[in-house]
Design a protein around this ligand. Structure first.
Ligand SMILES: C=CC1=C(C)c2cc3[nH]c(cc4nc(cc5[nH]c(cc1n2)c(C)c5CCC(=O)O)C(CCC(=O)O)=C4C)c(C)c3C=C
Ligand SMILES: [Fe+2]
Length: 385
């Protein structure tokens, strides 16, 4: 079963010398970018009430991200002065750019009077509504700022976040809130083979991959304030997966939970992974072949007034819990031009998904992702003019 590896597309091969552009005209890198293999995700709380500190932080973050995405250090690792402290912590030296992208998000707490930004709040920015089956813990929820660092080498992603957290502390602007280190991209981009989540199922088969769909469902182009155009909303959910329970379940039942076959990824109504699911197909007893409570039946755009979102999730593990059980799951990240799209899907999933027996939404966040800055500028600069 090594066939997929042997005939991998270039998008599937790791080339650690590959790099992405930070500056540009469209949206930030790391949203519609072909998913890299690893993520280090972190949110921050503002520790300063001064808008100047926020501005300086966004400017310093932007400059540092641009350098790191190019595979450069962000300052001396070994200072010339004998007693000097290093600027760059050094652990990514010689590792290459590794397709690093760092995507910056602004949380609801940024668009407030505290920073003189209440009137700059993007039209659809707000806290997510409470959703059915939510089991959110404050230790994995919220944040004023988010950083999603993705790379094909986990150390490159970690180095980026570590150095950006250092800058946040250094400026006195923000402090770390929660973070997740994720692996094994659980989503697929164009020409990428579909990876598997920790339940062993192919995840990302019917994800968005076409520029026309990105335009329609992901990037904001509503004719509103110029600085928000080509922005998007990031929703993040830390979803624990009850692995031991799942592993004792019959595979036929697992297939019914997702509405797909485990090995091939084909919908239960078809034979091949990319066959379009037929939600009307009935078995000999007249029951839908793809159960109505299956994950794909509840999430598919055909059954949700055409709603679609871009998923960019990663598997994660936090080791084992106090009972010695595997503590792992999915760092679900989605991008959409309207956070209500996520809410609409999760309202249905949270209420009826057969998968709910095996998962628990324990963390959550929502962030506005401003467009990429042009060369020489920084993310969110237009907030301060
Ligand atoms: C609210 C949005 C979604 C959450 C939360 C979510 C959690 C979640 N999903 C899987 C595994 C799979 N999801 C699949 C498809 C799928 N999931 C969503 C949305 C959410 N999933 C959508 C919109 C879709 C596409 C539905 C369709 O159009 O058919 C699949 C099938 C393969 C695929 O198309 O990607 C799997 C497998 C897990 C394990 C999980 C939480 C832990
Ligand atoms: Fe899903």
């Amino acid at each position: 079963h090594n066939a997929t590896v042997a005939k991998a597309e270039p998008e599937d091969q790791v080339d650690l010398s590959r790099q992405h552009a930070f500056y540009g005209k469209g949206g930030q890198a790391g949203v519609t970018t072909t998913p890299q293999r690893h993520v280090m995700y972190m949110t921050f709380d503002m520790t300063s009430q001064n808008p100047r500190d926020l501005q300086i932080l966004l400017a310093r973050w932007s400059a540092a991200i641009a350098q790191m995405m190019a595979g450069e250090i962000i300052g001396q690792v070994e200072p010339v002065r004998n007693s000097g402290i290093g600027m760059d912590t050094g652990e990514a030296l010689d590792l290459g750019p590794a397709s690093l992208t760092v995507t910056v998000g602004l949380g609801p707490g940024i668009f407030t009077e505290t920073y003189g930004l209440a009137d700059k709040k993007p039209a659809l920015m707000r806290e997510l509504v409470q959703l059915p089956s939510d089991n959110l813990q404050s230790a994995f929820t919220g944040g004023d700022l988010s950083l999603q660092a993705c790379a094909d080498d986990p150390q490159v992603a970690y180095h980026a976040i570590r150095n950006l957290a250092r800058i946040a502390k250094d400026t006195g602007a923000a402090a770390t809130r929660w973070s997740v280190l994720g692996f094994g991209r659980a989503s697929a981009g164009k020409n990428q083979s579909t990876p598997r989540n920790l339940f062993g199922f192919k995840d990302g088969t019917r994800n968005l991959t076409e520029p026309t769909d990105f335009k329609k469902f992901v990037w904001i182009n509503d004719g509103g304030p110029a600085w928000q155009q080509q922005g998007t909303y990031q929703v993040v959910r830390k979803i624990k997966m009850h692995i031991e329970n799942w592993d004792t379940d019959r595979v036929s039942d697992q297939n019914a939970v997702f509405g797909r076959h485990k090995v091939s990824g084909a919908p239960l109504s078809g034979e091949k992974e990319f066959d379009t699911p037929d939600f009307h197909q009935k078995d000999s007893e007249g029951a839908p072949v793809i159960p109505v409570t299956s994950h794909i039946s509840l999430a598919a755009h055909e059954n949700n007034q055409g709603i679609r979102i871009l998923r960019r999730s990663y598997n994660y593990t936090d080791g084992i819990n106090k009972l010695g059980m595997l503590d792992a799951g999915l760092l679900f990240i989605s991008y959409q031009k309207d956070p209500a799209s996520f809410e609409a899907l999760q309202t249905r999933l949270g209420a009826a998904d057969a998968l709910n027996e095996y998962i628990s939404h324990i963390g959550s966040g929502i962030f506005f992702v401003p467009p990429a800055p042009p060369e020489g500028d920084y993310i969110g600069s237009q907030l301060f003019s």
